[in-house]
Write a protein that binds this ligand. Structure first.
Ligand code: CU
Length: 306
């Protein structure tokens, strides 16, 4: 799960990585050059200097030449970034919330929104436009292996175009301090071959799986009795709300709590019993008045919502 600018997996990240190497190498060369000059100055025999000549050459001509070349180079490379437009691209909306990400796709057949959380899936080789918004404070989406960071500002739409060229899982992180759990506000981008992406999206469009057996049915009943539906949607079970992540297919996700815990029955149960232990301040209260067996049934039910 790479979250590294040094391992680009798409054209934008490759350009940014190259700019980074050129700047670092250029800066290192200049540093060495200045150090050598300093040594020469320290070791030379005392005698008359010609300060005007040094100021003109090293103080004016040299920086002007270096900065002009860098400006031309970075302008040329930036022009090659993926065009920032939604035309012809796969459209995804991501909304930053304290401290998780709501992700929406449009179902091309029904026109309805397909809502999920903390995970973006993209087809390899296709341009994707991610519309960005925030409902509370400023967040920023940064997927280092795929693109530069773009802020998500309340009351304003921003956007980010990117293309993934290699299948894989790429970690992303909120890159604008947004409060107590900013550090635990991560997201994973999963890039698939196009056919697998289509299958994934079709599966996400379906309503939640019916519980297979009495134990899982007990879990679903606990979800209703505990009023989890006040903040969470399970399509086909509870009414839409977006105070908390959509759980219709929560079992299909790699992580829960915005990249914080690996997703399985054990972590689901622990999270439901005491979310504040994992993310103090998270906007989910601990479940109360549930016996152990009911909690296990609830966690198993959520795990089976693939
Ligand atoms: Cu943040």
């Amino acid at each position: 799960m790479s979250q590294s600018v040094l391992h680009p997996a798409g054209p934008d990240a490759a350009i940014i990585s190259q700019l980074n190497w050129v700047m670092t190498a250029g800066g290192a060369l200049i540093l060495v050059f200045v150090m050598v000059l300093t040594l020469v100055a320290l070791r030379r025999a005392p005698g008359p200097v010609r300060p005007m000549r040094w100021i003109a050459l090293a103080g004016v001509a040299f920086p002007v030449a270096v900065l002009t070349v860098l400006l031309a180079y970075s302008t040329w490379r930036s022009a090659q970034l993926v065009p920032q437009t939604s035309a012809g691209a796969l459209h995804i909306s991501v909304t930053g919330k304290m401290w998780w990400w709501e992700v929406r796709y449009r179902d091309s057949e029904s026109g309805a929104d397909i809502v999920l959380a903390n995970e973006i899936h993209v087809p390899v080789g296709r341009r994707v436009y991610i519309g960005l918004a925030s409902t509370d404070v400023i967040h920023s989406l940064w997927i280092p292996a795929l693109a530069g960071k773009v802020d998500m500002i309340p009351g304003r739409m921003t956007g980010l175009s990117l293309r993934a060229d290699q299948p894989g899982v790429y970690r992303a992180q909120c890159a604008e301090y947004c409060g107590e759990q900013h550090a635990k506000m991560a997201l994973h981008v999963v890039a698939h071959e196009p056919a697998r992406f289509d299958a994934w999206l079709a599966a996400q469009a379906r309503p939640a799986a019916e519980p297979a057996g009495a134990f899982l049915a007990r879990g679903r009943q606990a979800f209703i009795d505990q009023r989890c539906g006040a903040c969470h949607t399970i399509r086909g079970v509870t009414a839409p709300t977006s105070l908390g992540p959509d759980l219709t297919h929560v079992g299909s996700r790699l992580h829960i709590a915005a990249g914080t815990l690996r997703n399985h029955r054990g972590t689901l149960g622990g999270w439901i019993a005491d979310p504040q232990a994992t993310k103090p301040g998270a906007r989910m209260p601990a479940a109360s008045g549930m016996d152990g067996e009911t909690l296990r049934a609830l966690a198993s039910y959520l795990e089976h919502l693939k």
